[in-house]
Design a protein around this ligand. Structure first.
Ligand code: BT5
Length: 271
């Protein structure tokens, strides 16, 4: 663990703003696994596990997530208040919007003006159609649950060119864009603050959720574009992404003009 690396933290949010919430690990299988384990044991709401290295990090549907050193790999425990279970599905999209807000601030600090990050569905973060960050939210009802583990992976100071060849061309990092590194401690503080400002609110408030949806629509890079859609158990199809509904489902328009709401699955931009 390198404490020095994290000494530039300046938390701006009002809740959970104590250093004790952070657990820094040199290496772990997946910060989501570690956060889940700690959450089951009763770790406080807002606890964040950060690792320099993950040996078995994953994306959605069991896909592999590459986490070389220099990136920011973290998972936050977000406890579900009584009566808010039905709002759990909001967390994933909300985490994307929060990570986007943090990336905006990071880009601003780095003096990046020409490249603005945007959102894919359900919650990829992309710059120039290349993936800069991904989100993996996993709900847990065991032990002292329910809680959601909000996993965020950001290509920060790693170079996308060094990722495996099959994904290098589709990926990008903040350093690639800015040509300069951003302190990981400060990036962590930005993401923690942004998650604090969004996740607890969307679990409790329909108004906060509406704002997340508004932001999401505003910064989505897919709307009006043709995407390849794949959902578990369904054939891959092409359609135009036209919006998201109030449940966060993607609205896709087929070539015959009919529209459908996609609840689970993923989108890839047609190239
Ligand atoms: C995601 O899944 O994008 C969610 C990634 C979440 C990673 C964080 S890191 C901290 C926490 N601990 C974990 O174990 N996970 C979370 P998905 O939408 O399924 O995208 C996965 C796909 O992204 C892969 O199949 C690759 O094509 C691509 N990919 C993998 N590593 C990448 C990287 N570093 N940068 C850009 N793309 C990557």
């Amino acid at each position: 663990m390198t404490i020095r690396e994290f000494t530039t933290i300046s938390i701006t949010s009002t809740s959970n703003s104590n250093f004790d919430r952070f657990i820094f690990l040199e290496s772990t299988t997946s910060t989501n696994d570690e956060a889940r384990r700690l959450g089951i044991e009763g770790a406080a709401d807002g606890t964040i596990v950060v690792a320099k290295k993950q040996t078995a990090s994953r994306g959605r549907l069991g896909r592999k997530w590459e986490s070389p050193s220099g990136g920011l790999w973290l998972s936050m425990i977000s406890r579900i208040p009584a009566g808010a279970d039905e709002n759990i599905t909001r967390v994933s999209l909300a985490a994307g919007v929060a990570a986007l807000a943090a990336l905006d601030r990071i880009f601003e600090s780095l003096g990046v003006t020409g490249s603005r990050p945007g959102l894919g569905w359900p919650n990829d973060l992309l710059v120039a159609d290349k993936k800069i960050a991904g989100i993996l939210c996993e709900a847990c009802f065991e032990g002292s649950g329910p809680f959601v583990v909000v996993g965020v992976g950001v290509n920060l100071n790693n170079s996308a060119a060094l990722l495996p060849p099959e994904i290098a061309g589709m990926s990008i990092s903040a350093r690639d864009i800015a040509g300069a590194e951003f302190p990981r401690g400060s990036a962590l503080a930005e993401i923690a603050a942004a998650l604090d400002n969004v996740i607890p609110l969307v679990l409790q408030s329909n108004e906060a959720w509406s704002k997340v949806l508004e932001k999401w629509r505003d910064r989505c890079i897919l709307l009006g574009r043709e995407v390849a859609l794949s959902s578990p158990g369904a054939a891959r199809t092409k359609a135009v992404a036209v919006g998201i509904d109030e449940f966060g489902r993607l609205i896709a328009r087929d070539s015959d003009g009919s529209e459908r709401a996609i609840e689970y699955g993923e989108t890839t931009l047609s190239r």
